[in-house]
Design a protein. Structure first.
Length: 217
């Protein structure tokens, strides 16, 4: 009887050691899997938020919310809570652009003949508002010179009718097939959002993850 107890105790200790080894081996797979699922969930959440910020900003812009005013810019800052974006800095940028397709009526309205109306047949940027870190992101639509912009972000008629630097890229024109086709005198409102996520840099070899979205209205 005494001998049987000793054997059982020895076997129990051996099985306990085996369980610890098995648990350790399982954790080698489970811990990375858990961390991967967690970080993927965080990244997905930030991607969805970036897309939502872009849509919300565009919806307000197309409804004529004046984002040249700081209180209105703070609306976007509040929508972007958790993304480390401020009105004029941080890790995010929202770019709002109004685009107009220049036709003969626009040229005539600006007092120009079709020959003098350099941007006839081109979509041009007529307003540009940037919220957040301006140095972080450059719009793919185009970047008109900052000295062309009025206080409310609008561009003078004589500039957008004649200056090639006011032309909007990625839209269809006489020489280019783009993502969106406008007819003469038609407008579109474009919202772009860009964010970087330093906290997810370890997923991208130490480089902050970049999140972006664009919407046409």
């Amino acid at each position: 009887m005494f001998h049987r107890i000793k054997v059982s105790e020895r076997r129990a200790k051996t099985e306990k050691g085996n369980s610890l080894i098995e648990f350790g081996l399982m954790m080698l797979f489970l811990v990375p899997l858990f961390m991967g699922m967690t970080t993927f969930g965080i990244g997905l959440g930030k991607m969805i938020q970036a897309s939502q910020i872009c849509r919300d900003a565009g919806h307000m812009f197309v409804r004529q919310v004046d984002f040249s005013q700081t209180p209105n810019k703070k609306l976007i800052e509040r929508v972007a809570v958790g993304m480390n974006m401020t009105v004029d800095g941080g890790d995010g940028t929202v770019v709002l652009t109004q685009v107009l397709m220049i036709g003969p009526n626009e040229c005539a309205g600006g007092g120009l003949s079709t020959a003098a109306c350099t941007n006839l047949g081109f979509p041009v940027i007529t307003q540009r508002i940037v919220i957040g870190n301006q140095a972080l992101f450059a719009s793919s639509i185009g970047s008109p010179p900052s000295n062309y912009l009025n206080a409310d972000g609008t561009i003078p008629v004589d500039k957008y009718l004649k200056e090639a630097s006011c032309r909007a890229g990625t839209l269809t024109n006489a020489n280019n097939t783009g993502l969106l086709t406008l007819q003469n005198s038609e407008r579109t409102y474009v919202s772009e959002a860009y964010f970087k996520a330093p906290e997810l840099a370890f997923l991208n070899r130490g480089v902050p993850m970049q999140l972006s979205a664009r919407n046409y209205f």
